[in-house]
Design a protein around this ligand. Structure first.
Ligand code: XUL
Ligand code: CO
Length: 441
């Protein structure tokens, strides 16, 4: 794909990033990611559908609670918000196309700053979406998923769909309607709900059951509206246990699946699992993936990593090969992502201030996934991992174990069999399996 350059070239001196193989010492080349390479029956591109997160890469200037952001983006200089939004979109298309990618993800007010009134915001959003439609025409760039920012503005301090004030719920509805329209207009394949402030700080002032009922009702009508507009994609819920609220309703994958099933939303909704959110919930990423796989709910992932020495959402680009291999093993054995892709919900560090740093960050993360996939291919083709894993459950393949699985044995039969059986100790073989993985990593 040729780079898509607008009126200004923002990343001068950086051309198309290409696959050059692991011997290459070019920091602006892929060493492992070869999009057309077939791995386990699908191209690398099909396995991953990598997406750039608009908010971290083009909006976030590195501010933290202790100071303003030090990053000066050249697309962020126009005083007119619509001009600034167009410049930002030009930079986004240039960046995505230079990386050889096809997807991005956005919140409504990443595309253009929110205005003073809802009417003015809608008009701005419509204008930038029209601009985006023209830019994407004839290219392969599209939206992996869109979403609405229902957490940044002070009106959402008590929640959005779960706000105790109906007027705020209605405002959230308007934003979701507009964000759905924008997603559909920009060729969006999916739509995400991350429950930013859907949760609570104190149960003393919270009717939790009412709020959960409202959240479900809100999701039902959002789904109905999108379907009425011809949206065929999947809706994703992105679990996160805490931050910004003390208790987030979408705590983890298991909680969200239970919620979706209870409220009859499990046909249209799947999960978007984020690495750092998994660790905040005291789970591994691979645990969360497996919980989703168990119910055929693994839709998409937000790729990043946390920090082992602190307890918040640091959204760092992934770089740990061992962890990625374990996660991809779950993902690949589970049949891959259902509709979604790999969105880099990650930011370069506050002091990574050169424009080229966002290239290094994405290239490194993409190569990590590609290398991880190649390792998983070897592990799967080797067969020993599968053998060790299924070997642990061998007693269920024939005889009474198989009958138990089919529901043919009652509790009295188990009781009678227990009197005849002799239990032999079966090792978990964890170290053996860890050593096996290390042979390939
Ligand atoms: C917040 C987070 C969000 C969602 C989209 O932790 O991950 O960026 O991915 O709203
Ligand atoms: Co996320």
């Amino acid at each position: 794909m040729k780079p898509i350059i607008g009126n200004t070239e923002y990343f001068k001196g950086i051309g198309s990033v290409r696959f050059e193989g692991k011997e290459s010492d070019n920091p602006l080349a892929y060493k492992y990611y070869d999009p057309k390479r077939i791995v386990l029956g699908r191209t690398m591109h099909e396995h991953f559908k990598f997406a750039v997160a608009y908010w971290h890469t083009f909006c976030n200037t590195g501010g933290d609670p202790f100071g303003v952001g030090p990053k000066n983006y050249p697309w962020n200089t126009a005083a007119d918000p619509l001009q600034a939004a167009k410049d930002k979109m030009d930079a986004a298309f240039e960046f995505i196309s230079k990386l050889g990618l096809e997807y991005f993800c956005f919140h409504d007010y990443d595309l253009v700053d929110e205005a003073e009134t809802l009417a003015a915001s809608e008009k701005r959003l419509q204008t930038i979406v029209d601009y985006g439609k023209v830019k994407k025409a004839g290219t392969s760039i599209k939206v992996l998923w869109g979403t609405a920012n229902l957490f940044g503005h002070p009106r959402y301090m008590n929640g959005a769909a779960t706000n105790p004030d109906f007027n705020v719920v209605a405002h959230a509805g308007a934003q979701v309607k507009n964000a759905l329209d924008a997603t559909i207009a920009l060729g969006g394949e999916n739509y995400v709900f991350w429950g930013g402030r859907e949760g609570y700080m104190s149960l003393l002032n919270t009717d939790m059951k009412k709020e959960l009922d409202h959240m479900a009702q809100f999701l039902h009508i959002a789904r109905d509206y999108a379907r009425s507009q011809g949206f065929k994609g999947t809706f994703f819920i992105e679990p996160k246990p805490m931050e910004p609220s003390k208790h987030q309703y979408d705590f983890d994958a298991a909680t969200v699946i239970g919620f979706l099933q209870k409220y009859g939303l499990d046909k249209d909704f799947k999960l978007n699992i984020e690495v750092n959110h998994a660790t905040l919930a005291s789970h591994t990423f691979q645990h969360e993936l497996q919980v989703a796989v168990n119910d055929d709910m693994l839709g998409s992932i937000d790729a990043n990593r946390g920090d082992y020495q602190n307890g918040w959402d640091t959204d760092q680009f992934p770089n740990n090969l061992y962890e990625i291999v374990e996660a991809l093993l779950v993902l690949v054995r589970g049949g891959g992502l259902k509709g979604g892709g790999v969105n880099f919900d990650a930011k370069t560090r506050r002091n990574s201030t050169d424009l080229e740093d966002i290239f290094y960050a994405h290239i490194g993360a993409i190569d990590l996934f590609a290398k991880g996939l190649l390792i998983v291919e070897e592990i799967i083709n080797d067969g020993m991992y599968e053998e060790l894993l299924s070997g642990r459950y061998a007693s269920f393949t024939t005889g009474n174990g198989a009958k138990f699985e089919k529901g043919e044995l009652g509790l009295t039969t188990l009781h009678d069999l227990a009197h005849q059986n002799v239990i032999t100790q079966l090792s978990g073989k964890q170290e053996r399996i860890e050593n096996l993985l290390n042979r390939f990593v």
